[in-house]
Design a protein around this ligand. Structure first.
Ligand code: NAD
Length: 338
C-alpha cells in the first residue's frame, strides 16, 4: 500500500517532533513536509532525518492553492496531518491578520485541495477515499477559559477569546463541515499547552530558561496565577499518531496531560532545577522572576478531560510535568551553552 502522506508545518515545534517520531515508528510511510519556514520554523529541528530516504522537505505556503494542487498531483497523498499555523497568542494580539489568513484560509485551501484530489477528481479514489484521512491539529484554547473547577470535554461549547484561538476555532469548524457536508474522512485533535525540545524561544518555558541562564529578568504575566494543562510534546505525538490511524471519522479528541500548573509554579520549578543543573555563582534564579503587565484577554485556566482518547484509543501520557521539564531543561541547556 502506498503510504505517502503530507505533513504541514513540520519545521515548527510540534510538527518536527512528530515527524521524527513518526518516521522512526513507521518505516513503511513516506512523509512530505510542507513548511513556509516563517520565523517560527527551522530545518535545524529536523537534522536527525534530513537524509532519511522516506522523507522529503518542500518549502511552500498553504495559502497558495495552485501550489498545493500541484503538490497533490505530484505525490498523490493518501493522508494529511496539518500542523501549519501562526501559533503565538501575543503575536495574534499585535497582528491578527496573519492568523486569519494562515489558520483559516490556509486550512480551507488545504482541505479543499484534498477534497478535490480525493473525492471530486474523476477518479480512482472516490470509492476508496475513506483510506485518505485529513487530520487537523488544534488547541484547547478554542473552548475559552475555565473558572477554578471543571474540565474541557469534546462537548464544551467553543468560546475563543483571542484572535489566535478564534482563528483555530474557525478552522476547526471548516474541518467539521467537510465531514458533515462531503463525508470527508477528517479527525481533529485539540490539545493543551505543549512543552519540550525544539519549541520556539518566544514561548513561556523557553523564555524562562533563556532569560534565567542569560541573567535577565524572567517576565511573568499578571500575578502568575494563570493555569495551563501542560503536555510533553512526545506524549502529544503518540496521541496524534493514534488519532490519525484509529480515530473515528468526523470526531474530535482532546489531548491533555492532566498536569495543571500555574505560571508562577512553572517559573519557580524551572529556577529550582536550574539552581542544581546549572548553578549560578551566587543566589537563586528565582531572584530574577519579575511580574509584568498582564496580556489582554488572558484566559485564567485551561484543563483537559482526556477520557475519550484514553478510553477509546488507549492513549496515555508518559510524562508528568516534573519529569518532562527535566528533559526539556537538559535540551535547552545543551543548546544555549554550546
Ligand atoms: P510553531 O509556530 O512552532 O510551528 C508552526 C509551523 O508552521 C512553522 O514551522 C511555520 O514555518 C509553519 N507555517 C506557518 N505558516 C505557514 C504557511 N502559510 N504555510 C506553510 N507553513 C506555515 O507551532 P507549534 O507550536 O508547533 O504548533 C503546531 C500546531 O499545533 C498549530 O496548529 C497550533 O495551533 C497547534 N497547537 C500548539 C500548541 C502548543 O502548545 N504549541 C497547543 C495546542 C495546539
Amino acid at each position: 500500500m502506498n503510504k505517502t502522506i503530507l505533513i504541514t508545518g513540520g519545521a515548527g515545534f510540534i510538527g518536527a517532533n512528530f515527524i521524527v517520531h513518526f518516521l522512526a515508528e513507521n518505516p513503511d510511510y513516506f512523509v512530505v513536509n510542507l513548511d513556509l519556514l516563517t520565523y517560527a520554523g527551522t530545518l535545524d529541528n529536523l537534522t536527525e532525518i534530513e537524509n532519511n530516504p522516506n522523507y522529503k522537505f518542500v518549502k511552500g505556503d498553504i495559502c497558495d492553492r495552485a501550489f498545493l494542487q500541484e503538490l497533490f498531483r505530484e505525490y498523490d497523498f493518501k493522508g494529511v496531518i496539518h500542523f501549519a499555523a501562526e501559533s503565538h497568542v501575543d503575536n495574534s494580539i499585535s497582528g491578527p491578520e496573519a492568523f486569519i489568513k494562515t489558520n483559516v484560509l490556509g486550512t480551507f485551501n488545504l482541505l479543499e485541495t484534498a477534497r478535490q484530489h480525493w473525492m471530486d477528481a474523476p477518479n480512482k479514489y472516490r470509492a476508496g477515499y475513506e483510506g485518505c484521512r485529513f487530520h487537523h491539529i488544534s488547541t484547547d484554547e478554542v473552548y475559552g477559559t475555565l473558572g477554578e473547577t471543571g474540565l474541557f470535554t469534546e462537548q464544551t461549547p467553543y468560546a475563543p477569546n483571542s484572535p489566535y484561538s478564534a482563528s483555530k476555532a474557525s478552522s476547526d469548524m471548516v474541518v467539521r463541515s467537510y465531514f458533515h457536508t462531503y463525508g470527508m474522512n477528517v479527525v481533529t485533535t485539540n490539545c493543551s499547552n505543549n512543552y519540550g525540545p525544539k519549541q520556539h524561544q518566544e514561548k513561556l518555558i523557553p523564555t524562562i530558561i533563556r532569560k534565567a541562564v542569560s541573567g535577565e529578568n524572567i517576565p511573568i504575566y499578571g500575578d502568575g496565577k494563570n493555569i495551563r494543562d501542560w503536555l510533553y510534546v512526545l506524549d502529544h505525538c503518540t496521541g496524534i499518531e493514534l488519532a490519525y490511524k484509529k480515530g473515528r471519522a468526523g470526531e474530535t479528541y482532546n489531548i491533555g496531560g492532566r498536569n495543571e500548573r500555574n505560571n508562577l509554579y512553572i517559573a519557580n520549578k524551572i529556577c529550582e532545577l536550574l539552581d542544581t543543573m546549572y548553578p549560578k555563582t551566587e543566589g537563586s534564579y528565582k531572584d530574577q522572576i519579575t511580574f509584568v503587565t498582564d496580556r489582554p484577554g488572558h484566559d485564567l485556566r485551561y484543563a483537559i478531560d482526556a477520557d475519550k482518547i484514553e478510553n477509546e484509543l488507549g492513549w496515555e501520557a508518559n510524562e508528568n510535568f516534573e519529569t518532562g521539564i527535566v528533559k526539556t531543561i537538559e535540551w535547552y541547556l545543551q543548546k544555549l551553552t554550546k
